[in-house]
Design a binder for this molecule. Structure first.
Ligand SMILES: Cc1cc2nc3c(=O)[nH]c(=O)nc-3n(C[C@H](O)[C@H](O)[C@H](O)COP(=O)(O)OP(=O)(O)OC[C@H]3O[C@@H](n4cnc5c(N)ncnc54)[C@H](O)[C@@H]3O)c2cc1C
Length: 389
């Protein structure tokens, strides 16, 4: 692997840095992730239109759909520089998940109706996959969609639906053929969240935040034209990605920033710590700093495979597993550093309460997007070639 940029990559990195210097208002830098509708300041609007002019809201989408059509290496550099600058991501799951699916499988009408609105921030999407009995084993999902004239009528329940309370559209999977083998009887629907019969109920997480929800469907009528791809082939439609970079470089850079903040705090408050506690904290932060380098290298391994045209599979799982577990180790080290203050989340606490909030927030990181056990299964079977347990 070549660690240094070639001349073209260095020029591209420079272009991205210059853009951020000129367009990223400092007031936006506090956001590391933002769902549309959460905050809409004039600065954000200006930033959005500067990004949109370059196709950088959805840098992986083809240019004809408003993206920039970047190759994976250029996406990697862009994502790395955005993470370094603390720039917000816009577009959420509309850009990352629905857009590529529509581009690959959608009808012309579906593309025309939805892609531009995602880029303009007019539609906010949520992902309706998980159900109370179907998470890791998603293909066992039970929400039913039954054809009735030009519509399907949907009944069932989704759970852990991030942002459903802010979304105006949902892409979701429902069972359209209960007699088919479980992966084959599922279809992929686009649903307007204002449709009668949809009931969104909040779930408050252990950090006292409202980020996900339960969503109930009672006789919800959805036009058959809102199915993406073929009926009963939704499982395969849902698995679509464009040529997205999958290195998780943003997380690796975020981990480094968190370690730097923790180390800075430890040095600044050295006199509050006993000499032995200071030595112990230094040793712990040294381990975290080394682990951050490992996370960065795992990201580079994934991107170097993609740059060679290979599809990372167990390698992407290893990166997700390592990165999510590292986020929890960093959070634990932060709490140990600030001692009794670690239970306080308010802005007056050390590190503005971020250590405590991160500690609570990172618990979910080893569940969301596929649990650590599932990642280990993938590494064991597809990566190491071990038999299924
Ligand atoms: C913060 C957060 C946001 C989320 N947002 C969304 C969203 O927007 N939309 C959405 O659809 N879903 C969302 N999810 C749901 C997420 O995809 C599921 O929680 C995840 O897939 C795990 O499913 P589950 O919770 O049903 O756990 P289960 O699948 O029931 O797993 C329970 C336990 O059993 C283990 N286990 C299960 N199967 C195996 C196996 N084969 N081998 C070994 N161990 C196994 C798991 O690792 C876990 O420890 C979100 C989850 C979180 C935490």
């Amino acid at each position: 692997m070549e660690f240094n940029d070639n001349p073209a990559q260095a020029a591209w990195r420079n272009e991205v840095r210059t853009f951020l210097k000129d367009n990223l208002d400092p007031s936006l830098k506090t956001f590391t992730y933002m769902e549309e509708g959460e905050s809409d300041t004039a600065a954000l609007g200006k930033y959005r239109s500067a990004l949109a002019d370059r196709g950088w809201i959805a840098s992986a989408w083809p240019k004809e759909y408003g993206g920039a059509g970047l190759g994976v290496m250029d996406q990697f550099i862009l994502n790395q520089e955005f993470a370094e600058a603390g720039a917000p991501n816009l577009g959420g799951s509309g850009v990352m998940m629905l857009g590529p699916t529509l581009i690959a499988h959608g009808t012309e009408e579906q593309k025309k109706e939805h892609l531009g609105r995602i880029l303009r921030g007019e539609s906010v999407w949520c992902q309706g996959y998980s159900e109370p009995g179907s998470g890791s084993d998603l293909a066992s999902l039970q929400t039913r969609a039954i054809r009735d004239g030009d519509d399907y009528v949907i009944n069932g329940q989704k759970i852990w639906t991030s942002g459903a309370h802010r979304a105006n559209w949902m892409f979701m999977l429902a069972r359209t053929d209960p007699d088919a083998p479980k992966h084959r009887g599922i279809s992929y629907f686009l649903i307007d969240m204002k449709t009668p019969g949809i009931n969104v109920r909040p779930l408050i997480n252990m950090g006292n935040m409202h980020s996900f929800n339960e969503v109930f469907f009672e006789d919800v009528r959805v036009p058959a034209s809102n199915i993406v791809g073929e009926v009963n082939r939704g499982w395969y439609v849902g698995a679509t990605t464009l040529d997205f970079e999958r290195s998780s470089i943003g997380s690796a850079v975020g981990h480094r920033h968190n370690v730097e903040k923790g180390v800075e705090w430890m040095h600044e408050h050295r006199t509050d710590l006993s000499p032995s506690a200071y030595q112990s904290m230094k040793a712990q932060w040294s381990e975290r700093a080394v682990e951050v380098q490992v996370a960065l290298l795992l990201s580079l391994r994934v991107i170097s495979m993609q740059a060679r045209g290979e599809i990372p599979n167990a390698e992407a799982s290893a990166t997700k597993l390592y990165s999510s577990e590292l986020s929890q180790r960093i959070a634990r080290t932060s709490l140990a550093t600030i001692g009794m203050w670690g239970g306080v989340t308010g802005n007056n606490a050390p590190m503005e309460g971020e250590a405590a909030r991160t500690y609570l927030g990172t618990v979910a990181s080893t569940i969301a997007g596929g649990t650590s056990e599932i990642q280990r299964n993938i590494i064991a079977t597809r990566g190491l070639g071990l038999p299924r347990g």
